[in-house]
Design a protein around this ligand. Sequence first.
Ligand code: ZN
Length: 279
Amino acid sequence: MKLLRHGPAGQEKPGALDADGQARDLSLLVADFTPDWLAPEKLQALAAIDLARMPLVPKGTRFGTPVAGTRQFIAIGLNYRKHALEAGMEIPKEPVIFSKAITSLSGPDDDVTLPPGAETGDWEIELGLVIGSTARQVAVDRALEHVAGYCLANDVSERDWQTKRGGTWSKGKSFDGFGPIGPWLVTPDELEGLQGIPLELQVNGQVRQRSSTADMIFSVAEIVSHLSQFMTLLPGDVVITGTPEGVGLGTKPEPVFLQRGDVMTLSAGPLGTQRQRVI
Ligand code: ZN
C-alpha cells in the first residue's frame, strides 16, 4: 500500500493511493495513521480494503506527513562516500547519527521557511523509513521486519547552525519545516529493490543531486539494527538514511545556499515527488 494523509496542516485525514494513482480517503474506517496502525497485522487489515469503493480525495488537496504521532526523528550522517568527501569528512566506520526535532516534520509540498539569520540553508534528498514495531537490539537480518514502510525525505539543513554554533548538528536540522516527508509511505511488499531507489533533487530546475540508494555505505537493515543497539525504536519513529553528493555546501568552487524564492523538487521513483518553495 501507499499510505498518505491529506488535508490542511493539523487536520489531516488518512488515505491511500489506489491502483490508478488516485488518492482515496479512509477516514470512515481509520481515525488517523497513528503508530498503532503501523503494526504488521493492522497493515494487513488496511491492505484488504477495496480502495475503489472509498471516496476520492479532490485533486490539489495538500498532503501532510504520511504518519501521525511520531515520537523520534533520527537521521544518519555521511552515509554516501562522495557526500562524505565533498563535506570534507572521513568515511565513517560506523553510522553517524543525530536527531531532528519532531516539530520539524512537515508535508511533502509545504513551504520551507528560512527564519531571519538563516543564510546558509541547504538541501539533502534522502530515503526515509517509518518503524512499525518496537525495535530493541535487533540483528541485521531481522531489522527490516520492524519497518512499516518507506518514504521520500528532505533533510533541510542550516549549515552555520549545524557546524558553527557549538554543536550538535541537531541545531541546524530542527527548525519547523526542515523535515518534509512523503507524499506517501510505501509498505515493503510494494517496494522492490530497496537499495536501488533513484534519488534526484533539483533547485529551480537545475539538477543538484542524482544518485541511488545503491551507493549507501551502510544499508537500511544495517542502520536499523545499529540504531537499535543504542536506543529503542518505537512504532511511528522516522529514520532518514543519509544524503548523496551534490548538496549546496559541497558545490565547487563556492558553496551555494538556498535563497528565499527558490523551489526544490525531489523525486525517488516509487516513493513519489516533493516540491517545496523556500520562503
Ligand atoms: Zn541528512
